[in-house]
Design a protein around this ligand. Structure first.
Ligand code: F6R
Ligand code: ZN
Length: 187
């Protein structure tokens, strides 16, 4: 029999929610205050509690995550809600290395994924439990919760992808998603 060793799992994942637990898990929370300038109505944003949570992110950094070929795994939970008529959403970003792609998958809730190229052409994909989304090279990505419950997604991406938040902070996406009568309005 060959030599072998038995080690511990990196973390544990609750598949019904995507929630991660274990020592290797990192977390970050984005509040309304953190998302200044992201929503179209500064006036409505200013009226809301800046400590209100918009989304929460968890991720695991495996050993070797700092080398080319490393992968990260995480989840994002976006609360239901709006700023004025605009649904709660993630900041959104391009990857600093444009050829670094990513998978998103929906565990619960419903929403929209915006994918925008450098020419500002935007593609919109519907997110619902089980939907698997591939974010191709050079595409900025943002998730929008258009439902009444939390929108929970899983993500897997190359650890050296890097995040360019500045371009979106300055120029935004070419479309916004607002609450309409019945279904979301894309403007
Ligand atoms: C990583 C990735 C996700 C997001 C997360 C929060 O490349 O796309 O893990 O980081 O959904 O969104 P942002 O980073 O846009 O605030
Ligand atoms: Zn990303």
């Amino acid at each position: 029999m060959g030599e072998h060793s038995i080690g511990q799992a990196l973390a544990f994942l609750d598949w019904s929610t995507g929630k991660l637990s274990g020592a290797a898990v990192h977390e970050s929370t984005k509040t309304l205050g953190d998302l200044r300038g992201i929503f179209s109505s500064e006036r409505d944003w200013a009226k809301m509690d800046p400590t209100g949570v918009v989304y929460h992110v968890q991720w695991v950094t495996p050993p070797g995550a700092d080398t080319e070929g490393g992968l990260l795994w995480g989840n994002t939970t976006i609360e239901p809600g709006t700023v004025g008529d605009e649904y709660f959403m993630t900041h959104g970003h391009f990857h600093l290395k444009p050829d670094r792609t990513e998978f998103y998958a929906t565990t619960s809730g419903s929403g929209l994924l915006l994918l925008m190229d450098s020419a500002r052409h935007t593609q919109i994909q519907e997110m619902s439990p089980g939907s698997l989304h591939h974010i191709g090279p050079g595409l900025a990505h943002r998730v929008i919760n258009t439902g009444a419950e939390k929108l929970k997604i899983l993500a897997c991406w190359p650890s050296d992808a890097g995040h360019d938040y500045g371009t979106i902070a300055q120029q935004g996406f070419s479309v916004r998603v607002l609450r309409g009568s019945g279904s979301p309005r894309i403007v």
